[in-house]
Design a protein around this ligand. Sequence first.
Ligand code: PBG
Length: 337
Amino acid sequence: MDLTHRPRRLRQDRVRGLVSETSLEPSDLIAPVFVDATTDERRPIESMPGHERVPIAESVARVEDVLETGVEAVMLFGIPESKDPEGTRAWAEDGVVQEALRRITSETDAYVITDVCLCEYTDHGHCGPLEEELRSESGVAADGPACEPTMTVDNDATLAALEKIAASHARAGADMVAPSGMMDGMVGAIRSALDREGFANVPIMSYAAKYESAFYGPFRDAADGAPTFGNRRHYQMDPANAREAMREVRLDAEQGADVMMVKPALSYLDIISSVRREFDHPVAAYNVSGEYAMLHAAAEKGWLDLEAVATESLLSIKRAGADLILTYFAEDIAKQL
Ligand code: PBG
């Protein structure tokens, strides 16, 4: 055969590494860590095999385990000892994240990022204090009751709380803060609060395009942050929308976000790819709890090779354009690399 083009030439074992376009490094990975103020023992998270909630006293040991694998950064989530309608434990100087932060940053070299949100701290499980909203009910006859009151998160009251949380995390030693509540104006509010308090060098990684996704299920058990009523579609994005994600990222860029996150990752590779093309910020992707749980479940049944599918998933997220990946696979994959 007279074939000019034989792409298979470059797939031979000794050359394929030289021409590979994408690689995974432990330094690209961020490991989520759950610190739980309600317990003094480590508690496995059933729907996320290999992960556990650790008491504050074990937070340093937990982070040291992560560092040993070669992963250098962690994302800290807290489960507070008590909850209330406003989520006040989220900005307490002796709150769970604040206590863990002081220990971790003084005793380890980990780069510590904190999730800045209220859903684990409010007793209703929503990402901020609630207000009554008048919404027209669809299908209501013109002469019938036009509106029915429902509850939604009070955006602007939440901004004030997020400012207090971010500042308290920075005071306790956070290297970076990551607001995840999808409130309008959250990045700008946090940026000015940090600057005011003398933390101009603490970057913000915004959960810029965060979708209202069913893939967060296992996390909500892990962090005890499921909404007790309704859902998060008043503030998180509609999975049907792609252009809107560009608008969200643009707004966060204008407000000074340093890193743009897309979440979840695997069902949103098109969004990662568009953010990569349209913006010059570093792009992070959150390979969420459900994405982890489903691979584990299939592997447990013997239907998939866990290591292979996890590596392929993370590679696809990088190939789509992510620079950083938050993933529950971080430690396992880093160990193999
Ligand atoms: C909110 C938050 C959530 C996750 C990260 N930050 C949950 C939510 O929005 O319901 C989900 C992460 C995951 O599923 O792995 N603080």
